[in-house]
Design a protein around this ligand. Structure first.
Ligand SMILES: [Zn+2]
Length: 83
């Protein structure tokens, strides 16, 4: 929309537009971040119980085998759309 009236406050309008553009860019950035978090869900695993075999242990897994089992299953879940 083009305004040709000389008494129109163009500066005010431009200022508003800048703020709006910045807010929109910010929102899109936030949305993109949220999507990335969903896609590569980096949620921290519970510690103290093995996330694979549920035996109590120091970290999130009792050993590398359990970690590999868990990661393999997670990958399969993602492929099957259940992750
Ligand atoms: Zn385990």
């Amino acid at each position: 929309m083009l305004c040709v009236r000389s008494d129109h406050d163009h500066d005010g309008v431009n200022g508003m537009t800048d703020i709006y553009d910045q807010a929109t860019a910010r929102e899109e950035q936030d949305r993109e971040l949220a999507l990335q978090n969903l896609r590569y869900s980096a949620k921290p695993l519970p510690q103290g119980v093995c996330n694979n075999c549920e035996a109590s242990c120091g970290g999130a897994f009792c050993d590398d085998d359990c970690r590999e089992d868990y990661e393999r299953r997670e990958r399969m879940n993602k492929i099957n759309g259940r992750g």
